[in-house]
Design a protein. Structure first.
Lengths: 471, 235
């Protein structure tokens, strides 16, 4: 049964260029389509166009079947959540469909169980991690039983367990005849779900080769292995071992960050994170901070850069106790959802802002834009770029000041295979010139790049040396 | 289609939770009580806010006393008073400063009264947002206003803490990027423009984007299908 069809769809972007030209796609019940494409090619917009065609001024034909009920989960779940508690959030769709209050509870419980979010129904949404919010959003869609689900880049938002749970849910839905469209750079974890794989190139969908995994139980496969965006990085954490004090040969490199006896805890709550031993980072190090959604990675970053207090223990960054604004150009920090920092009229100006404030040469901006292959976007407004492109511009803006320490909170979210190697190359270059980098991720990635990893498990951060690291 | 499927699920689940039907009814009853309390709280906060403008100067102290009680109540409900106190401090500083600049020292008492009235207008709304859930406020407002308006009002209240967090994050990130917006630098009025440019402007963009996404999210979950709505009873 046909659920949704796009026939010869064209959508103009601005006055001249076309985002889509002669785009055709038909989605039938029980089919899983996966759409890939470079950052900024219009994948997210395509999902929005499918779900809400009346919001766009398009040419061509978009057909929704009479029975079509669409559920959509966008890249950033923060902006889709409406209510304060998880029960009320999931029930929102039911309220609008005039389901009797007394009948809501079992439906809400069932939807939450399906996505593995078994928490009290009055749990405040604010208390959930990003990954948990993503699951909540999925439950909020499943509760009104859509027959077509559109999902935007789940890999970037969910940890391995989250992806495993999502695959299980999607597999069940596909078996019951629900259609699924996934927009994703990294299609590997979804290989066994996908019936049709597409590449969005120059505004048109082109069939792509699908690599079928030989494993029978792909879900187990995902949970067991650390899958990354690059073949060279498919190295699980078994390649690491805990670091003993003084075990690393540092070659006289100065220590830029040390933390010891650290406990991060919010008022009236259990401790979020402990660091019992002394963990250190030296110039030239690239450290991976790994842990599942909600384990405290962002909170640790906020303490290191001095934007949040609320910890016991000792943090020394560049020989000082962290405090906002004391490090100047020696510290670069890329927050999650870095599009929030963009305010200038062009990408070039956005990079030049920090350079002007710190009295650094403006040519650094052009150098970094060239290095990251962003020169074609230099005169574009940063506000009109895609999620991934904005992320990249924000990354370039912290890199161009050439700090001594660079902290990157989930820097690879939304990056495609074209930009990913460029970012890696830029980080390598930065570290070879004596810069120290910490990046966070909810899965173990880039084992070939990092010199050590800080692993958060059961509220404990432990330092591990990577055996095949570059140190 | 939805109602048919929902009925199917309802049958499955109700057999499992049959023993707790009494509990559900009890929760629904408590929820109704809370709704009545929320209605009273809305009326109380509106009356208090209006009184801040209307009461005569000599009775302002009584009103202040009631508002102190509200502050205490919100604090007991684990509301974070620090941002509010900071806001009031800045508000007082700016207003009294402007009066001093324009009229000299002779009208400072008048400035303090104006600041007090402004604070007393804002405080009851803050108390309402801290102590009542936006969902319950929406339910009450839905009885008086068109559903869409009730949704807009309550969603605006709900996103206030989110906006506060966004302001803090953007401010911190721009400080780290070298913006001249630290408290010390903001003493110089020349740097106020930088605050507007690199904190308020991105915030405005975020809010516009947020409102668009929330509207899409609500409509996509069938908000615009009917003018009437039922309500989740377990708040």
């Amino acid at each position: 049964m046909m659920l949704l069809a796009l026939h010869q769809v064209e959508l103009q972007q601005g006055n001249s260029t076309y985002l889509y030209q002669n785009l055709n796609l038909q989605i039938n019940a029980g089919e899983c389509h996966c759409i890939s494409g470079v950052t900024g090619c219009g994948k997210t917009t395509l999902l929005q166009l499918m779900a809400m065609p009346n919001q766009f001024n398009y040419q061509g034909e978009i057909t929704h079947s009479d029975e079509l009920i669409i559920g959509i989960i966008m890249q950033d779940p923060h902006v889709q959540l409406i209510r304060e508690t998880i029960g009320a959030e999931v029930a929102f769709g039911l309220e609008n469909l005039l389901v009797r209050p007394i009948d809501m509870l079992p439906l809400v419980e069932q939807a939450l169980t399906k996505v593995g979010l078994v928490l009290p129904l009055n749990t405040p949404v604010d208390h959930l991690s990003l990954g948990q919010k993503y699951r909540l959003m999925l439950a909020a869609q499943l509760v009104f039983e859509p027959n077509l689900i559109l999902i935007d880049e789940p890999w970037a938002q969910l940890d391995n367990q989250g992806i495993t749970d999502l695959c299980k849910v999607l597999l069940d839905l596909l078996n019951t005849g629900v259609g699924v469209v996934i927009v994703e750079h990294n299609t590997y974890p979804f290989t066994q779900l996908i019936n049709y794989q597409w590449q969005l190139i120059s505004g048109t969908l082109i069939p792509a080769n699908k690599e079928i995994s030989s494993s029978e139980d792909f879900i187990e496969n995902i949970s067991r292995h650390s899958v990354s965006q690059h073949d060279i990085d498919k190295i699980p954490l078994t390649m690491t071992h805990p670091v003993k004090q003084g075990a690393l040969s540092l070659g006289g490199r100065p220590c830029v960050l040390s933390m010891s006896g650290l406990t991060i805890q919010f008022a009236n709550q259990n401790p979020l994170l402990h660091i019992n031993n002394n963990v250190t980072m030296h110039s030239g190090d690239i450290v991976g901070l790994f842990g599942e959604n909600g384990c405290g990675k962002t909170n640790l970053f906020n303490r290191i850069v001095g934007v949040s207090a609320g910890y016991k223990g000792q943090i020394s960054l560049l020989g000082k106790t962290p405090k906002l604004g004391i490090f100047g150009a020696n510290l670069g920090f890329l927050m999650q959802r870095p599009s929030r920092q963009l305010f200038e009229m062009t990408v070039q100006q956005e990079l030049e802002f920090s350079l002007k404030r710190f009295g650094l040469p403006l040519s650094n901006a052009t150098d970094i834009l060239t290095q990251l292959n962003l020169m074609p976007l230099a005169l574009h407004s940063p506000h009109k770029l895609s999620y991934g492109q904005q992320h990249l511009v924000a990354f370039a803006s912290v890199l161009c000041i050439n700090p001594k320490v660079l902290l990157l909170d989930d820097p690879f979210a939304g990056l495609d295979d074209n930009y990913f190697p460029l970012v890696i190359k830029a980080l390598k270059h930065f570290s070879e010139n004596g810069g120290a980098v910490i990046f966070s991720s909810h899965r173990h990635i880039l084992s070939s790049l990092i010199s050590k990893c800080w692993l958060i498990e059961r509220q404990q951060l432990t330092e591990h040396c990577v055996l095949n690291g570059t140190s | 289609m939805i109602s048919l499927k929902s009925t199917k699920h309802k049958k499955c689940r109700l057999t499992v939770i049959a023993s707790s039907v009494g509990e559900i009814n009890c929760d629904v009853f408590h929820s109704k009580i809370k709704l009545i309390i929320c209605s009273a709280a809305i009326i109380f906060s509106i009356v208090l806010s209006m009184s801040a403008f209307l009461v005569q100067q000599e009775n302002l102290a009584y009103l202040l006393l009631v508002n102190v009680f509200l502050l205490f109540h919100a604090w007991c409900r684990q509301a974070n008073l620090a941002p509010l106190i900071k806001l009031f401090f800045i508000q007082s500083l700016v207003t009294v400063g402007l009066y001093a600049l324009l009229y000299g020292g002779e009208r400072l008492f008048e400035a303090i009264i104006v600041v007090t009235r402004i604070i007393l207008v804002m405080l009851p709304s803050w108390w309402l947002a801290c102590t009542q859930s936006s969902h319950q406020i929406s339910q009450v407002l839905g009885l008086l206003l068109p559903t869409k308006w009730a949704f807009v009002v309550t969603t605006s209240i709900k996103v206030l803490p989110f906006i506060g967090q966004e302001v803090r994050d953007i401010y911190h990130i721009q400080c780290l990027r070298g913006a001249r917006i630290t408290p010390k630098e903001l003493i110089n009025p020349i740097n106020w423009y930088e605050l507007v440019q690199c904190v308020l402007f991105p915030l405005l963009i975020q809010l516009l984007s947020l409102s668009k996404h929330i509207a899409h999210s609500a409509n996509q979950r069938h908000f615009d299908k009917s003018s009437k709505h039922t309500h989740w009873p377990f708040n």
